[in-house]
Design a protein around this ligand. Structure first.
Ligand code: ADP
Length: 419
C-alpha cells in the first residue's frame, strides 16, 4: 500500500482512538480500585470500631451513643462512670449481637449494605491471605486466635452503583467520538476516491483532446500551405495560435499526471541556462510586445552550465514569464536575474504586477489553485502552471520560493544545486 497523507491521517487517528479507549479503561479500573479501597477502609474502621468499643472497658463520652449501645449488645452490662462507660466482658461471642453492633457502626460510616459475619480460627488462613474484611476479636474476646470476618454479597453492585454515572458518561462520549471518527474517515476516503476518479477523468479527457488537436493543427498547416490566400489570412492565424495554446494546456495536464504517477524520467543534459532563458524570451516575443512589457535579463556570471532536462526547464521559465505577463497591469517590468555560486544557480523572476496576498502565497503551488481576487475571469488558467514548476524544480533537487506584496509585485526565487 502506498503510504500517503490520507493513510497517515487514518492511521494516526486510529491510534489516537485506541489510545483514548485504553486510557478510559485504565481510568475506569483505577477509579474502581479507589472506590473499593475507600469501601474497604470504611468497613475496616467500622469493624475495628465495633470490636474495640464492645471490648473496651471505658469509652469516652464522645463515642457514647455507638459505644454504649454496641457494648451492651455484644458483651453484657455497661455501667456509667465519670468519663464514659465501663463494661463487664462475658467472653461469650454472640454473632447476632456483633451483627447488630457492626450494622450500627457501618451506618455511622455510611455503608448501607447487607452483610454476613462469621468468627473463624486465624490458622485456617495462610499468612498474609486473610479475607479482605477481617479483624481480631481482642479486646472483645480473650482468645487471640479467633478473627471476625465480614462479607458483602452486594459489594460489586454497590461499587458499580458508585461508578454508574462515570461509566455511562464515558460510554456515551466514547461512542460519540467513535461515530465521528468513522464518519470523518468514511468521508475522507470517499473524497479521496472521488479525487482519484476526477484525476483519471481529467487525464483521459486530456488524452482524448490531444489527437483532435494535433489533427486540427496539421489540417491548418496543410490548408495554409496549399492556399496562399488563406496563409496570410487572420482566421488561420487565430486557429493556429488557439490550437497551440490548447495543445500546451493539454500537454501540461498530461506531463503533470505522468510525473505524479512516477512514470517519468528526466532526460538530463548539460544546459546553458543563459541561452535557455534567452530562447524562452525570444519565443514569447509576440506576447511580450502585445503587453508592452520590458524584460530586464541580467546575467551575473558568464558560465551558467547546469545539468537538467531541457524541455522541462524551458517550460518552467516559460510558465514563470507567462505568469509575470499575465498577472501584471499596464506596461509590465519584468526582471530576470541569473547568478551562480559554489552551491548552485540562483534565478529570480521579478514582476511589478498585482502581487499575491500573504495567506494565498503558500497555496499557489497547489494543483488547481487560483487566487480569488475578484477579477479571476480576466486571466484564464487551470491553476496547474506553478504546481508543474515546483514539481520540476524539486525533481532537479532544487527549491522554489515566493515573495510577494499585494499590488506591488511578485518574485520567484529558484535555486538549482550544482551537480
Ligand atoms: P494559472 O496561472 O493557470 O492560474 P498557476 O499555477 O500558474 O496557474 O498560478 C496559480 C495562481 O497563482 C494564479 O491563478 C495566480 O492567481 C497566482 N499567480 C501566479 N503567478 C503570479 C504572479 N507572477 N503574480 C501574481 N499572481 C500570480
Amino acid at each position: 500500500m502506498k503510504w500517503n497523507r490520507t493513510n497517515f491521517i487514518i492511521g494516526a487517528s486510529s491510534l489516537a482512538l485506541i489510545g483514548l479507549f485504553a486510557f478510559q479503561v485504565k481510568w475506569m479500573s483505577e477509579s474502581k480500585k479507589l472506590i473499593e479501597e475507600q469501601f474497604n477502609q470504611k468497613v475496616s474502621l467500622a469493624m475495628c470500631y465495633a470490636v474495640d468499643v464492645i471490648g473496651s472497658k471505658v469509652c469516652s463520652k464522645d463515642c457514647a451513643i455507638v459505644c454504649k449501645t454496641t457494648t451492651e449488645m455484644a458483651c453484657g452490662s455497661v455501667q456509667e462512670d465519670g468519663d464514659g462507660y465501663t463494661i463487664e466482658t462475658k467472653n461469650e461471642i454472640s454473632l447476632s449481637k456483633i451483627e447488630e453492633a457492626l450494622s450500627l457502626a457501618l451506618n455511622f460510616y455510611d455503608v448501607n449494605l447487607d452483610f454476613h459475619v462469621a468468627v473463624n480460627e486465624q490458622h485456617n488462613f495462610s499468612t498474609g491471605l486473610l479475607p479482605t474484611h477481617s479483624c481480631k476479636l481482642s479486646p472483645m474476646h480473650k482468645d487471640e486466635s479467633q478473627i471476625l470476618t465480614v462479607s458483602f454479597p452486594g459489594k460489586e453492585k454497590y461499587i458499580f452503583g458508585k461508578m454508574r454515572f462515570m461509566f455511562f458518561a464515558s460510554v456515551i462520549i466514547l461512542a460519540f467520538i467513535t461515530l465521528v471518527f468513522f464518519l470523518a474517515n468514511y468521508y475522507l476516503l470517499r473524497q479521496k476516491r472521488m479525487q482519484g476518479i476526477n484525476k483519471e477523468f481529467f487525464n483521459n479527457m486530456a488524452h482524448e483532446f490531444k489527437t483532435p488537436l494535433t489533427n486540427i493543427s496539421l489540417a491548418n498547416n496543410m490548408l495554409a500551405k496549399n492556399n496562399e490566400d488563406v496563409k496570410s489570412g487572420r482566421y488561420i492565424k487565430v486557429v493556429k495560435e488557439e490550437s497551440k495554446k490548447l495543445s500546451q494546456q493539454v500537454d501540461r495536464i498530461l506531463q503533470l499526471a505522468k510525473m505524479e504517477n512516477g512514470h517519468y524520467q528526466l532526460e538530463k543534459e548539460s544546459l546553458c541556462l543563459k541561452s535557455l532563458i534567452g530562447q524562452v524570451i525570444k519565443d514569447m516575443d509576440i506576447q511580450i510586445k502585445a503587453k508592452n512589457a520590458k524584460i530586464n535579463f541580467v546575467i551575473e556570471n558568464e558560465s551558467m552550465d547546469f545539468e537538467g532536462d531541457k524541455f522541462h526547464m524551458g517550460n518552467v521559465f516559460r510558465n514563470l514569464l507567462e505568469n509575470a505577463l499575465k498577472y501584471s497591469g499596464e506596461n509590465p517590468e519584468i526582471g530576470i536575474n541569473l547568478k551562480k555560486d559554489e552551491k548552485g544557480v540562483l534565478i529570480h523572476f521579478q514582476d511589478n504586477g498585482i502581487g499575491i496576498k500573504k495567506q494565498d502565497q503558500k497555496d499557489v503551488f497547489e494543483k488547481y489553485f487560483r487566487v480569488n481576487n475578484g477579477n479571476i475571469h480576466d486571466q484564464k488558467g487551470f491553476g496547474l502552471g506553478l504546481a508543474y514548476v515546483k514539481m520540476i524544480i524539486e525533481r532537479h533537487k532544487g527549491v522554489i520560493k515566493i515573495f510577494s506584496d499585494l499590488n506591488k509585485g511578485t518574485r520567484f526565487d529558484l535555486f538549482l544545486p550544482a551537480k
